[in-house]
Write a protein that binds this ligand. Structure first.
Ligand code: LAN
Length: 758
C-alpha cells in the first residue's frame, strides 16, 4: 500500500521538484473505499495494468477514440457518454479528484509528524509538488506567492502559514526561491500571528507556537445539560466533530513532545513569525483577508472571561477530568460509527491524535486511523492532494444514473450493463443499521423520528439512508439519500419499450426503499425545509459563537433549497411507486417542503445555492421540485420569475457563467472567464424542467455545450464548481460530464432531436 518503501523511480524530466513515475500509480477501489498505490516493482506493474480511469485522473491520454463532430444534441450526449462511461470503476461508481480546500493536507502532515509517522516517499514527493503547483505565483490568483483558503482564492495567512509549514515538514529548504516569496507574502500579511483560530491550533500542536496563542476550546461545554441552548449536540455536525477532538487536545495542551529539541521546529518558528514570541498578545490578531466572519462581541467577551477568570481560578481538576473523559468517549463513538474513516478530513487527523495521546503510539485505534488517512489522499496530474471527503462515490453515481434516465439513454443496450452496475453499487452503499448505541436508546422507534440521546452519540437514525461517499463512513445526508433513492426508483421503475415488464431487475425491494423514505420523512424541520445531515437543533443565534473566522453560517443546520427540493422530488417519485405507504405523511411532507421552497425564493426569482456555484445550481433543484407539484412556466408566476432571472443572465454566446464570488457575496457575479459548461448545463436543465417555451434560448445554450465538447466526447475542466460554508470552494469534476449529458439528452427528447450545426 501507500507505505511502500525503497527508492522512487523519479521521471527523468523532473523539472524543479522530483516527480514520481506517473505510470506506476493505481487507484484501488474496495467496495467504494478508494486508495492510491505506487507500484515499486515491475512484477506488480505487470500484474496490475493501468485503467482508463487511472490515466484520466493522472492527466494522461486515456486512448479514447476520436468520434467526430456531433450534429444533434443526442449525438453529443452519446459522445460524452462514450468518454465518461470508460471512467466507471470496478464496483460501479465514478471516482473524483475532490480538491479545493487548502487547509486539509497541513492537518494530516502535522499529525503524522508529531506522532512520528510518515507517508511513503512517493506520496511525500507528490504532496510537495501539489502544494507548489497551487502556489499563487504568476497569473495564479493574486500572484503574491502564498496560498488561499482554496485553490482559486487569494493568499491568506491560513493558507500560507499552513502550507509553508507543511512543505518545511516534508523537507523543502527555506532557501528554495518559492519558499522565499511565500515567506515574504506571509510577512506582508502580518505573519502567522495573524492566522485564524484553526491555524493557531495546528501550529501549537506542532509546538511551533505556544498554546497561549489559541483562544480557549473548553471541553467542559460537552458537560452542559442537553436543554441548554448552546449545548454542542445542537451544533452542525461538522463543527461538533471538529471542536470535539480540538477541545480534548486544547484541554491537555498537548504539543509535539520533541518540539524544543527538534531544530526544524525552531527554524519554522523563526520563519513564520516576525513578532516576539509573546503568544498571548496575539490570540485575537487576524489579518483582514482571513477574517471573512469576524468574531462577535459575544464571543470576544466569553473568551476574555474564560482567559482572565475561568481558566486561572475556576477550572478545577475534577471538572477537567470529567470533561476530558466524556469527550474521549464521544471521540471513540465517532470512530466506531465511521469505522475510523471519520466524518471529514479535518476531524480525521484530530481524532487520530487523540487516540495517540490516550492509547499510545502502538494502539489499534492509531493504526486504523493511520490506514484510513489514505482514503482522503488523491493522486492527480498536479500531485497528491487531500480530498474534501473520502470520496463522492454515492453522490456522483446517483446523478449519473439520473442523467442517463433524463437523457433517455438508460435502457439503451449499450449502457444497460453500466447502469446495472451503478445500481448495484448504490444498493451496496445503503446503511442497513443504525448508529452505535441508537437501537438500545430511548430515541429508537420504527419508523424513526429525529429524536436523539447521548447514548446514541447524539446521532439520528440512519438505517435506510445514504451518505455522500460510502456506507462505511456512515453519515446520513438528506439529499444524498434522496438522490440515491431517486436514481434507484427511476431505474427500477423504468418500463421496457415493448410495454412488457421493466428494463432492470428489482435489486432493492420495498422494505429497503421504505427505510429510505422513512429517513427522509424524519428530516424535515418545523419550517418545512430540510437541512444537510440532521434536523436543525439550535438557534441561528449560535453563530455568535462561531470561532472559525474563515467560514460563515456553520454553527447550526439550516434549511437548504437544494436539500429540501431533492427530498421533495424523491418523495414524489416514491409516492408514485408506493402510493399507499404512509400516504398522509408523504403528502404532508411535500406540501410543507414546497411551501418552504416558495418562501425561500428571492423577489428577483432566484434561489441562493449553498453547495455549488450558485444561483444556477439552486435553480435546477428548485424548478425540478416545483415541476413535480405541477408548477411550471405555464401555470406559475413564480416559475416564470425564476426563468426570467436565468434568461436575463444568459451570455451572448448562449451560455451561463457564474463566479464563486456569488457564494461569498450572495448576489450574482459573472464568471470572469465567461460561460461555463457546468453552469450552462444546470440552467438548461432548470429551464427544461420548468417547461420554458422559448426554444431559441435553449438551442443557443445547447450549441455552446456542443462547441465546448472535444472530439473524443470529453469536456475539459473549467472553473471550480462547488462551495461550502460560503467561503470555501471545492471541485466536482464529474459535473462537467453528468450535467451536459443530461441537459443535451433532455433537450433532444423535448424537441425531437433537431439537427444542430455547432
Ligand atoms: C459536503 C459535500 C457534499 C454536500 C452536498 C451533498 C452537496 C450538500 O447538498 C449537503 C452537504 C454536503 C454533504 C457537504 C457538507 C460539508 C462538506 C462535507 C462538503 C462540502 C465536502 C467538504 C465539507 C467539509 C465540511 C470539509 C471539511 C471542512 C470543515 C470546515 C470541517
Amino acid at each position: 500500500n501507500g507505505s511502500a518503501s525503497g527508492t522512487v523511480k523519479a521521471a527523468s524530466n523532473a523539472a524543479v521538484d522530483p516527480k514520481t513515475d506517473h505510470t506506476r500509480w493505481r487507484l484501488r477501489n474496495d467496495d467504494g473505499r478508494q486508495t492510491w498505490h505506487y507500484l515499486e516493482s515491475d512484477e506488480e506493474l505487470k500484474a496490475w495494468p493501468m485503467s482508463a480511469a487511472d490515466k484520466y485522473y493522472l492527466g494522461m491520454d486515456t486512448g479514447a477514440p476520436t468520434l467526430g463532430n456531433a450534429n444533434t444534441a443526442l449525438q453529443a450526449a452519446e459522445n460524452g457518454l462514450a468518454f465518461y462511461s470508460r471512467l466507471q470503476l470496478e464496483p460501479g461508481n465514478w471516482g473524483c479528484e475532490y480538491g479545493g480546500p487548502m487547509f486539509l493536507l497541513p492537518g494530516l502532515v502535522i499529525t503524522l509528524y508529531v506522532t512520528d509517522k510518515r507517508l511513503s516517499r512517493p506520496e511525500e514527493m507528490e504532496i510537495v509538488r501539489y502544494i507548489f503547483t497551487m502556489q499563487n505565483v504568476g497569473s495564479k490568483n493574486d500572484g503574491k506567492g502564498g496560498w488561499g483558503l482554496h485553490t482559486e482564492g487569494d493568499s491568506t495567512v491560513f493558507g500560507t502559514a499552513m502550507n509553508y509549514t507543511t512543505l518545511r515538514l516534508l523537507g523543502v529548504s527555506k532557501d528554495d526561491p518559492r519558499m522565499q516569496i511565500a515567506r515574504k507574502c506571509l510577512h506582508d500579511l502580518g505573519s502567522a500571528m495573524n492566522g485564524p483560530h484553526w491555524a493557531k491550533f495546528w501550529l501549537s500542536v506542532l509546538g511551533v507556537s505556544g498554546w497561549d496563542l489559541v483562544n480557549p476550546v473548553p471541553p467542559e461545554l460537552w458537560l452542559l445539560p442537553d436543554w441548554v441552548p448552546i449545548s454542542p449536540w445542537r451544533w452542525w455536525i461538522h463543527m461538533r466533530q471538529v471542536y470535539l477532538p480540538m477541545g480534548h487536545i486544547w484541554s491537555k495542551k498537548w504539543s509535539y513532545p520533541r518540539a524544543e529539541t527538534d531544530p526544524l521546529i525552531k527554524e519554522i518558528r523563526k520563519e513564520i513569525f516576525t513578532q516576539p514570541f509573546e503568544w498571548s498578545r496575539y490570540r485575537n490578531h487576524i489579518s483582514p483577508i482571513d477574517n471573512y466572519n469576524p468574531k462577535s462581541w459575544v464571543l470576544n467577551l466569553i473568551n476574555w472571561i474564560l482567559v482572565i477568570i475561568y481558566i486561572p481560578f475556576l477550572r478545577f481538576d475534577w471538572l477537567v477530568k470529567r470533561a476530558e473523559a466524556w469527550t474521549w468517549a464521544m471521540i471513540q463513538i465517532e470512530d466506531k460509527n465511521t469505522n475510523y474513516a471519520a466524518l471529514a478530513p479535518v476531524n480525521s487527523p484530530m481524532n487520530m491524535l487523540c487516540c495517540f495521546i490516550e492509547e499510545g503510539p502502538d494502539a489499534e485505534s492509531v493504526k486504523r486511523h493511520r490506514e484510513h488517512l489514505h482514503d482522503f489522499l488523491w493522486m492527480s496530474k498536479n500531485g497528491m492532494m487531500m480530498n474534501g471527503t473520502d470520496g463522492v462515490q454515492t453522490w456522483d453515481t446517483a446523478f449519473t444514473i439520473q442523467a442517463l434516465v433524463g437523457a433517455g439513454l438508460a435502457d439503451d443496450p449499450k449502457y444497460k450493463p453500466m447502469m446495472e452496475k451503478a445500481l448495484r453499487f448504490l444498493e451496496s452503499q445503503q446503511f442497513t443499521s443504525h448508529p452505535h448505541g441508537y437501537e438500545t436508546s430511548s430515541a429508537y422507534s420504527d419508523p424513526p423520528t429525529a429524536k436523539t440521546t447521548p447514548e446514541a452519540g447524539y446521532r439520528q437514525a440512519r438505517r435506510g439512508a445514504w451518505g455522500f461517499s460510502t456506507r462505511s463512513q456512515g453519515y446520513t445526508v438528506s439529499d444524498c439519500t434522496s438522490e440515491a433513492l431517486k436514481a434507484i426508483l427511476e431505474l427500477q421503475e423504468l418500463p421496457s419499450a415493448q410495454g412488457k415488464g421493466k428494463v432492470f431487475p428489482e435489486i432493492m425491494d420495498f422494505e429497503r426503499l421504505r427505510w429510505a423514505a422513512d429517513i427522509i420523512l424524519s428530516m424535515q424541520n418545523t419550517t418545512g425545509g430540510v437541512a444537510s445531515y440532521e434536523i436543525r437543533r439550535g438557534s441561528e443565534k449560535l453563530e455568535y459563537l462561531n470561532a472559525a473566522e474563515v467560514f460563515g453560517r456553520i454553527m447550526v443546520e439550516y434549511d437548504y433549497p437544494e436539500c429540501t427540493t431533492s427530498c421533495v422530488t424523491a418523495m414524489h417519485l416514491f409516492s408514485k411507486a408506493f402510493p399507499d405507504y404512509r400516504r398522509e405523511d408523504v403528502e404532508e411532507f411535500q406540501k410543507r417542503a414546497v411551501q418552504w421552497i416558495r418562501t425561500d425564493q428571492r423577489p428577483d426569482g432566484s434561489w441562493y445555492g449553498s453547495w455549488a456555484i450558485c444561483f444556477t445550481y439552486a435553480a435546477m433543484f428548485a424548478l425540478e421540485s416545483l415541476a413535480t407539484q405541477g408548477e411550471t412556466y405555464e401555470t406559475s408566476e413564480r416559475v416564470r420569475r425564476a426563468c426570467k432571472f436565468l434568461v436575463d443572465k444568459q451570455n451572448e454566446d448562449g451560455g451561463w457563467g457564474e463566479s464563486y464570488r456569488s457564494c461569498e457575496l450572495g448576489v450574482w457575479v459573472d464568471h470572469p472567464d465567461g460561460s461555463q459548461v457546468v453552469n450552462t448545463a444546470w440552467t438548461v436543465i432548470a429551464l427544461l424542467e420548468a417547461g420554458y417555451a422559448e426554444r431559441s434560448v435553449l438551442e443557443k445554450a445547447v450549441k455552446l455545450l456542443m462547441q465546448r465538447q472535444q472530439e473524443n466526447g470529453e469536456w475539459l475542466q473549467e472553473g471550480i464548481e462547488g462551495v461550502f460554508n460560503k467561503s470555501c470552494m471545492i471541485s466536482y469534476p464529474n459535473y462537467k460530464f453528468i450535467f451536459p449529458i443530461k441537459a443535451l439528452g433532455m433537450f433532444a427528447r423535448k424537441f425531437d432531436n433537431p439537427q444542430i450545426d455547432p
